[in-house]
Design a binder for this molecule. Structure first.
Ligand code: SAM
Length: 448
């Protein structure tokens, strides 16, 4: 939108830009087109714009893909946008209150926004938090925030924000924008940044919650020695520094992301895991069509020859009734990268369902929980020729997910899962879909 069109549109609407809503409208059309081009939209791609205002970016995104969604807090802007772009879905609401989980049903989503400064950091964390359905983020931010996101170690801008976002996202500082490209012009510069999810293997895995805790503690007083900031963590400091190859007097800002991850794994006493566990030696009971044991075979044989065997699935609900779903690691031999039950696993040879279920919860989620059997599924194509016992458990998390097995996970409302399955069944492991179908079947009335 040209400057003259913006000012005349605002005049016709009888409104002044609202400072408290961060209303600075982009009036450089070449720039708007360039920003949208960074999203790499192809026809049909799902995209989301936060704070579209009068639609400076929106028109260029719609020209590339009609599959958009806008979230705008100012009702007057929403009225204007509905008239200007009747074909696009518009949510009149606060982007910081938007439930990002709703986006999974749209598939990987590209997100953009010339963000209002007062909520930029909050929105950044909200849309990058795990699990995230976002495949690319193009945000215009206050320049200082963009510099913090993309900073290098040993610089003033490098800090907890750099690392907390950087562990999962590659951040690219694309360009600086002077205030003069907006109306009214803010008195600070802005910058456009691109965030894309880090591919698996970019860095070793580590416990995300512990990483967050250590980074926050480490930078709590950034001039202090790191050893002093982490004094309560009972880390063997000389051994850690030797492991990281740094001086014992190192400060938080001197460690790279790779070193922070190594520090976390050292503190957790775990070796970094990147590949799936060795499962080749595993043995299963082979069973007949009535689930009676007839022999034993290796995991490989059971799957290759489609022999009936046994497995458990556990649905873990929180107090609100949301179900925890896990995203399987991309290294798994079966259903890599798909969404699955909270915990699931094979019954090993000689073992039984009841003992396996709580063990899977312990091994996959890192917690103890009582399980209750709620259904039995016969072996079929959908279950991968597994007889499955489905269990229910209750836990609020947080969970400790083994990175070699599980990439991420999160609680979803049953309604979100329903919509997601209806829109994109290909995102789910078939065994989970079978369990979900059975779980939602109405219970037959008692006989007689
Ligand atoms: N995208 C437009 C452009 O580039 O011209 C407008 C950008 S302006 C910097 C920020 C926009 O975000 C405004 O339209 C404002 O009303 C909207 N906004 C402010 N706070 C918001 C919030 N919490 N949720 C959604 N939109 C918000």
């Amino acid at each position: 939108m040209k400057l003259s069109t913006i000012t005349s549109t605002l005049a016709q609407m009888g409104m002044q830009p609202t400072r408290s809503l961060g209303q600075n409208f982009l009036h450089d059309q070449n720039l708007a087109d360039w920003i949208v081009a960074q999203l790499g939209l192809k026809p049909g791609d799902a995209w989301l714009e936060l704070g579209p205002g009068l639609g400076a970016l929106t028109e260029f995104a719609l020209a590339r893909s009609a599959n958009g969604l806008l979230i705008e807090k100012d009702g007057r802007m929403c009225g204007f946008l509905r008239e200007r772009f009747p074909e696009v879905e518009i949510v009149h609401g606060d982007a910081t209150e938007f439930d990002v989980r709703e986006l999974f049903a749209r598939g990987p989503v590209k997100v953009m926004g010339n963000l209002p400064y007062y909520v930029s950091s909050q929105i950044l964390f909200q849309f990058t938090d795990e699990p995230s359905p976002v495949s690319t983020l193009i945000f215009t931010l206050q320049k200082e925030l963009a510099e913090r996101l993309s900073a290098e170690p040993r610089t003033k801008a490098y800090g907890a924000l750099t690392l907390l976002i950087g562990r999962r996202w590659r951040v690219k500082y694309l360009r600086t924008l002077p205030g003069s490209v907006f109306h009214p012009a803010p008195n600070v510069d802005s910058a456009v940044v691109a965030l894309t999810p880090r591919p698996v293997g970019d860095f070793p895995e580590c416990d995300g919650a512990l990483f967050r805790k250590l980074v926050k503690l480490g930078f709590a007083q950034r001039r202090k020695l790191l050893r002093k900031n982490l004094v309560e963590q009972e880390i063997d400091w000389p051994a850690l520094c030797a492991h990281l190859g740094v001086l014992e007097t190192t400060r938080a800002e001197e460690l790279s992301l790779a070193q922070w991850i190594a520090l976390t794994n050292f503190a957790a006493g775990t070796a970094p895991e990147t590949a799936a566990q060795d499962v080749h030696g595993e043995m299963f009971d082979v069973v007949d069509e009535n689930d009676r044991v007839t022999g034993q075979t290796s995991r490989f044989n059971a799957h290759a020859q489609k022999l009936r065997h046994r497995a458990v699935h556990v649905f873990v609900f929180n107090e609100r009734g949301d179900l925890f779903l896990q995203k399987r690691s991309r290294w798994k031999d079966k259903c890599p990268g798909l969404w699955d039950s909270s915990a699931a696993g094979h019954v090993s040879a000689g073992d039984d369902y009841a003992a396996t279920a709580p063990r899977e919860v312990r091994e996959e989620l890192g917690v103890e929980a009582e399980v209750e059997e709620i259904a039995a599924l016969a072996a079929c194509v959908g279950t991968g020729w597994e007889f499955v016992r489905l269990y229910r458990a209750r836990h609020e998390g947080p969970f400790r997910l083994p990175p070699a097995e599980i990439e991420s996970g999160g609680f979803f409302t049953p309604a979100q899962i329903e919509r997601w399955i209806a829109a994109r069944p290909q995102d789910f492991a078939p065994g989970f879909l079978e369990c979900w179908r059975v779980f939602n079947q109405p219970t037959p009335p008692p006989a007689g």
